[in-house]
Design a protein around this ligand. Structure first.
Ligand code: 0A1
Ligand code: ZN
Length: 849
């Protein structure tokens, strides 16, 4: 039965569940269309909860029978669950339900992927497996018996016993139901082992479908590195005898941290040099770390309710970014994270979907697994660390683990730990969790008699439901350079608490050049009027790598802005200043590759909109093309030289050193393609022995319009590899010219291998269409129409993935009246779909509001 009237849930309505669960015993008898789930649960009254009806969540379940202390009962059933009269003391609750995993296309609860049974219970999927108080503050130990004829049967915790056709698992750590997992199938394992810091042996496995065994070694090494890192940096040890990872082809998200049994989208764990790019390797390493780190930040300490999602996600993203910084280059990681934040979180925070890091209401929690909760949530932790210092941060984290181990905690608990560990008052800091929107920070400078004064003003524009904002605490990292380029004041963190505040630097011999917001020390928009000359100075001399990159980015933004608004030509002074950096062989090639990338077209659209100019996607695209062509022409003799210097002759490794060289080489190749029409790219494509080189060459050929032969050859080579074919689908749409983006996407949807129920394949085509800025925003509305049609279709099968993708419309009010009307009409068409899911309905409602 469908949920007819979506309800809004409020943080302020939180009440504890009326019962505690002592333990859960599940027997799952697997069958594709009629799986039986028998649950035996010991409930006892919760002395800390107000009186309430006994209500258990349950959706799309066929109740076979229910009993209390062995006596059959007839509960009242609703579309959301069941209500029942229960004894006043402790009791044993038993139910048997039937579910059909083979028919579950929503990929939530128990479902099947390529003949394999698997589960996804976060956030509220367990209620599709059995009746249960499916909320994170109800924690219990689980014993699971799996019956079925698949050779492998896995669940959380440690294996306890098994026999012909059955296996039993016991998880000794109390956990909420969202961390429950079960996997059964014909799987093979890539084994490993780890000895923890206290000398405990842990068995490790990566389980995959037969044929994928050769793609597990990198993931296993990443897992071991994560386990070591969490011991060394956070003092956190693993706590079970076994840690299993399973790769699943059909998965809505990247991966899931189920206790002792992490389930991964196969694209986020399987890797080989031939089939995965350097970027894939880096992402896999980070996601494996992320899920592993959840064992402490998420599992041992979980969330009281879903409003506290950032408690586990912000912290775990922060921890995985620290890990990547330690494993690779901290500077490159920081720049990449900021690029990502601006591309995904800023538009969210500046549009109709804006919400606080800790939202205060929702209809469908699955719609709040957002860049704001994850990435801004991590930025907030980075700021906290910057404000209290590294040592105090470490002390606070120790206290957090000590005080809250085994708890379902809140943001208040988290901040109290910091207050207790440091003696600071974090009342104002709390606004980072409750106020939505991106603060704008402006700055003015004054110099007189050796004293340099920086005056900052902060202001956060109104966001949905929050017309007025109070000032937030901003850690502003600043360094000062002398006119000769020497650093006279090293990085200093200024703590801004007021709407307007001045900071003085004394004893200077000349007016310095300020490097502000070093390392992007706070997630704000910095509105700073500086001359191009000063930016070029910072580009050449700043000791802070982030701000060096930012100075160049700013110049590029300014140049593109002038090109679009005034018809100006490319800024050759910037191109020449950048050349010095690109040529500098002492600089990390990965950093130089980042310096070569232009701001995204969507970022420019946002910038124009913020300045009151309606962005024209075609004009932005044209300006970016002209600028890239100018860079290529100006550097025509440098490019071949650089390509030669970045050639890797050693055996392929996805490490930072080699991948940095390839990144630079491929950035150069894309410029070279503008001069030779794809000659060098074709040569690289033909010679490539790894996916990084092959795919970037293909990308260049597509943008040069010289791709037919290469596309066919690629398809021929990789037609049987689903993950590689996802790249093939994606690239043709993402890298093609705007006018061919929507027609190509549409043609691809007509292929028999466009298996649109697979979220990876769907996103490969539709997500890439949205990423082709001018293509998606084609004036005739063809991009919008195609996407809306497919979202309507997907909504009937997989509401969660459809809803997530609705966010590509979040910037719709930025554009001209014609485009706005077209997008609005598509959103209204989606909203009018009969039986629209709660997920998509909430998203479209927010987008149109
Ligand atoms: N907790 C996981 C992400 C995740 C969230 C929701 C899911 O289904 C709705 C699945 C996975 C993580 O942060 O990795
Ligand atoms: Zn996570």
């Amino acid at each position: 039965m469908k949920d007819a009237s979506p309800q809004t849930i409020y943080l302020s309505d939180y009440t504890p569940f009326g019962w505690q669960v002592a333990d859960v015993h599940l027997t799952v008898k697997l069958a594709p269309k009629a799986t039986r789930v028998v649950s035996r649960i010991h409930f006892q009254p919760n002395p800390n909860a107000p009186a309430q009806d006994f209500f258990l969540h349950g959706e799309e379940l066929k109740l076979i029978h229910a009993a209390i202390d062995g006596t059959e009962v007839t509960p009242e059933l609703t579309p959301q669950g069941l209500r029942c009269d229960v004894p006043s003391g402790p009791f044993l609750w038993e139910t048997e339900v039937e579910i059909a995993p083979a028919e579950n296309t929503a990929l939530e609860g128990l479902y099947m992927s390529n003949g394999m049974y698997c589960t996804q219970c976060e956030a509220e999927g367990f209620r599709k497996i059995t009746y249960y108080p499916d909320r994170p503050d109800v924690m219990a130990t689980f014993t699971v018996r799996i019956e079925g004829d698949t050779p492998v049967k896995l669940s959380n915790g440690n294996p306890t016993d098994s026999g012909e056709g059955w296996a039993e698992w016991h998880d000794p750590w109390p956990k909420p139901a969202y961390l429950f997992a079960l996997v059964a199938g014909d799987l093979v394992n890539h084994p490993g082992a780890f000895t923890t810091m206290s000398g405990k042996e842990v068995e490790l496995n990566i389980w995959v479908r037969p044929g994928d065994e050769g793609k597990c070694a990198f993931g296993m090494e990443a897992l071991k590195a994560s386990m070591t890192w969490d011991e060394e940096v956070y003092g956190r040890e693993y706590d079970l005898d076994i840690f299993n990872i399973v790769a699943v082809d059909d998965f809505n998200m990247g991966a899931m941290e189920n206790k002792g049994l992490n389930i991964f989208n196969s694209s986020c764990v399987l890797a080989s040099p031939e089939t995965s790019t350097d970027a894939n390797f880096e992402r896999i390493e980070a996601i494996i770390a992320h899920e592993y780190f959840h064992n402490w930040t998420g599992n041992r300490i979980t969330c009281r309710d879903w409003f506290q999602l950032c408690l586990k996600e912000g912290l775990t993203v922060y921890r995985d970014s620290q890990f990547t910084s330690d494993m690779r280059s901290a500077e490159v990681k920081r720049i990449s994270d900021v690029i990502d934040l601006r591309a995904r979180q800023f538009p969210e925070d500046q549009g109709p979907l804006s919400h606080p890091v800790r939202p205060e209401s929702f209809q469908e929690i699955n719609n709040f697994y957002t860049a704001t909760v994850y990435e801004k949530g991590a930025e907030v932790i980075g700021m906290l660390k910057r404000l209290v210092g590294d040592e105090a941060y470490a002390k606070a984290l120790d206290l957090y683990f000590e005080r809250h181990d085994g708890d379902a905690a809140t943001i208040e608990d988290w901040l109290r730990v910091f207050e207790d560990a440091t003696g600071r008052d974090l009342t104002q800091f709390q606004r980072w969790y409750s106020q939505s929107g991106t603060p704008h920070l402006s700055v003015s400078e004054d110099y007189a008699d050796g004293t340099f004064t920086l005056t900052f003003k902060q202001e956060t524009p109104p966001t949905p439901g929050q017309p007025d904002k109070a000032p937030q605490v901003l850690p502003i990292a600043v360094g000062l350079l002398n006119p000769n380029g020497d650093e006279v004041v090293p990085t200093t963190v200024l703590e801004m608490t007021d709407a307007e505040q001045s900071f003085r630097f004394e004893g200077l011999s000349a007016k310095p050049v300020a490097s502000i917001l070093r390392g992007f020390s706070a997630p704000v928009v910095l509105d700073r009027e500086t001359s191009a000359e000063e930016k070029r100075f910072l580009l050449a001399h700043d000791t802070d790598a982030f701000n060096r990159w930012e100075a160049s980015r700013d110049l590029a933004r300014g140049c593109l802005f002038d090109m679009v608004t005034e018809g100006a030509g490319p800024d050759t002074a910037w191109i020449d200043a950048l050349e010095q950096v690109i040529r500098d062989g002492d600089l990390d090639p990965a950093f130089r590759a980042l310096m070569l990338a232009l701001p995204t077209q969507s970022e420019l659209a946002q910038m124009l909109h913020a300045k009151g100019i309606t962005p024209d996607p075609d004009a932005i695209h044209a300006a970016a093309e002209t600028l890239r062509n100018a860079m290529a022409e100006r550097w025509s003799s440098l490019l071949p030289e650089l390509m030669a210097a970045t050639r890797v002759t050693d055996r392929y490794s996805p490490d930072a050193k080699q991948s940095g060289k390839r990144a630079l080489g491929n950035a150069v190749l894309s410029l070279q393609t503008r001069l030779d029409g794809g000659k060098a790219a074709q040569a690289q494509f033909d010679a490539a022995d790894n996916m990084t080189m092959q795919l970037s060459a293909l990308s260049c050929l597509i943008s040069a319009g010289a791709e037919d032969a290469a596309l066919a050859a690629f398809e021929q080579q990789w037609k049987d590899d689903r993950l590689v074919m996802d790249k093939w689908f994606a690239l043709q749409v993402a890298a093609t010219k705007p006018e061919t983006a929507a027609p190509r996407a549409e043609a691809l949807t007509k292929r028999p291998d466009f298996d649109w129920k697979n979220p990876n394949r769907f996103r490969a085509v539709m997500g890439s269409l949205a990423m082709n800025h001018a293509g998606f925003h084609a004036k005739d509305g063809s991009g919008y129409r195609l996407l809306a049609e497919w979202l309507i279709k997907l909504d009937g099968k997989n509401p969660q993935t459809a809803a997530r993708m609705c966010s590509v419309f979040q910037t719709w009010t930025r554009y001209d009246a014609g485009r706005q009307a077209l997008m609005k009409a598509e959103l209204e068409r989606i909203a009018a779909k009969p039986d629209l899911s709660r997920d998509v309905s909430e998203m479209v409602g927010r987008l149109l509001s």
